[in-house]
Design a protein around this ligand. Structure first.
Ligand SMILES: Nc1ncnc2c1ncn2[C@@H]1O[C@H](COP(=O)(O)OP(=O)(O)OP(=O)(O)O)[C@@H](O)[C@H]1O
Ligand SMILES: [Mg+2]
Length: 310
């Protein structure tokens, strides 16, 4: 297994604030990895350490085997970052900003110019090449940040809330671009507060809270820990909730004429559920499963965690 990111017992103190408190994290090369966590969890701090914008207090951090301090140049050259806060030269035409960025990564001028054009094409900003950053619309600024992250053709693309405040269409456009990058082999580290975004895109997600990793798993595995809701229409509407003795069932309720069953791993339970209802003389007319969302599991995990440490 080749790793794109490895952090071990990573600590970052800002004066008396411990932003990272012994973070352990491994991201495999080629993964689409999500970093979730409430405000202040330490996500941006971690990213800043990877790209050399913040210095760790203790612990280890490597990018493709390169220590982020000792082998700063190699580690930094492997990363394209779209940061949470804009830090762009606002007065230059955006294609020049991209050429500078490529130059910073050691790409010669002719090639840099070609890459800049290509990155603007990729994000649909080709016709704005001569415009300065602060004259772009909000959504165009987001596109541009992605272009700037792409221009050095990085092996690791780090996106810190790339779709914050963008409209639905642009969000989907950005997803398509990022997915394509990932299909072509680029490792993606994505932070987002749109948990659904992580659910759709990520191979695995880590949930962080208070500077530590609380969970790491695929969205599907995490969702399996939540509670699914199965709504059943019976041929003959019952007058009381059926008595079910299946393991995994949390609750059975009557809601109007419908039976509502809450259970872990609802879809795996359905065959047994239908059989048991049948044995008890109920005929199922229609059945609908509403799966636990990653968002519910996220809220659950981060709430429990802060209660435990409070
Ligand atoms: N430059 C800084 N100086 C002092 N404290 C900082 C600095 N940067 C971050 N912090 C503190 O470190 C903690 C973690 O912040 P960080 O920005 O990493 O969180 P985050 O998970 O990215 O949150 P968000 O979801 O709001 O972006 C917070 O308590 C924050 O106030
Ligand atoms: Mg942040």
């Amino acid at each position: 297994m080749s790793l794109s990111i490895r952090a071990s017992d990573l600590v970052k103190d800002y004066a008396d604030v411990r932003a990272l408190d012994g973070l352990d994290l491994e991201v495999e090369a080629g993964e689409f990895f999500g970093l979730l966590g409430p405000n202040g969890a330490g996500k941006t701090t971690f990213i800043n350490i990877l790209v050399g914008l913040a210095e760790r207090t203790a612990g280890e951090a490597e990018v493709f085997g390169y220590d982020v301090d000792d082998d700063y140049r190699q580690a930094r050259d492997a990363i394209g970052l779209a940061p949470q806060e804009y830090n762009v030269d606002r007065f230059f035409p955006i294609h020049e900003v991209l050429e500078h960025k490529a130059g910073y990564h050691g790409i010669p001028p002719g090639e840099a110019s070609r890459r800049a054009q290509e990155a603007l094409d990729t994000v649909g900003l080709a016709e704005k090449a001569d415009t300065r950053f602060d004259w772009l619309s909000g959504g165009m600024k987001r596109r541009f940040m992605l272009a700037r992250a792409l221009v050095s053709d990085p092996d690791l693309l780090i996106l810190d809330e790339p779709t914050a405040g963008v409209d639905v269409q642009l969000r989907r456009d950005l997803w398509t671009i990022i997915n394509r990058m990932n299909d072509e082999g680029t490792t993606i580290l994505l932070t987002t507060h749109y948990i659904e975004e992580a659910e759709r895109l990520c191979d695995r997600v880590a949930i962080m809270d208070e500077g530590r990793k609380v969970e790491v798993a695929s969205p599907g595995e995490l969702m399996d820990r939540g509670t699914d809701r199965i709504t059943i229409d019976l041929r003959e509407p019952p007058t009381t909730a059926p008595d079910l003795s299946l393991s995994g069932v949390h609750d059975v309720q009557l809601s109007g004429s419908q039976v509502v069953v809450t259970a872990a791993r609802g879809s795996a339970l359905v065959p047994d559920l239908v059989r048991e209802l049948d044995e008890r003389g109920y005929e199922v007319a229609e059945l609908d499963i509403e799966r636990a969302s990653l968002e519910e599991v996220f809220v659950d995990v981060t709430r429990k965690e802060s209660e435990v440490s409070a």
